[in-house]
Design a protein around this ligand. Sequence first.
Ligand code: MD3
Ligand code: FE
Length: 215
Amino acid sequence: MTPDLFGDENQTWSEALCPGAVVLRGLAMPDEAALLAALDDIAAAAPFRHMVTPGGFCMSVAMTNCGAYGWVSDRGGYRYDAADPDSGRRWPRMPDVFLRLATDAAARAGFDGFAPDACLVNRYAPGARLSLHQDKNERDLGQPIVSVSLGLPALFLFGGSRRDDKPARVPLTHGDVVVWGGPARLRYHGVMPLKDGLHPLVGGYRINLTFRKAA
Ligand code: MD3
Ligand code: FE
């Protein structure tokens, strides 16, 4: 556990989960209000929706996107698309506070020059979960993914390079930022069903931002 220098009253700790995966506890705290305000604008322009998997199941996690590309799923498969399929318009632009936090986190984990062009926003209500999967729709798997957790706490499942490797359980709470790169980039991962609760700023949800270099 490494304490990082950070401002006057805020503190952040970095924890190495495994080679390539670094948890930056509390890194998003100084930006929490600006992140949530920007999120309201994104959801007003591109509302959260439950996408359908290629197998025909409706996802329990509600999603939207910002940035040049958005992650979308339907009966035809998973892909990145410059347009929101619900509106036909481009996704809302990525707010500066999102971009600064993501590039700062990546640099702290050793990924200088990370330039995300996609931010998938996941919203979990109680009971919502994400089953074990890999993220491999991005063009350059040498680029990391940065995740930011806001609102209710969740148990993150961090598996191995095969679907049947027993996953570790990592608690992620409001303000935590994780950088997944290098040998961690293709590890299976998921999220356990969200427990009921009420977060003072976010209410009865967990929000997760994942920053990606899609194109
Ligand atoms: C490890 N989201 O959107 S973020 C996803 O909390 C996704 O909403 C989860 O998995 C969430 O695809 C987990 C942490 C995360 C994101 C991408 C990864 C962990 C990762 C890619 C490779 C390895
Ligand atoms: Fe993922």
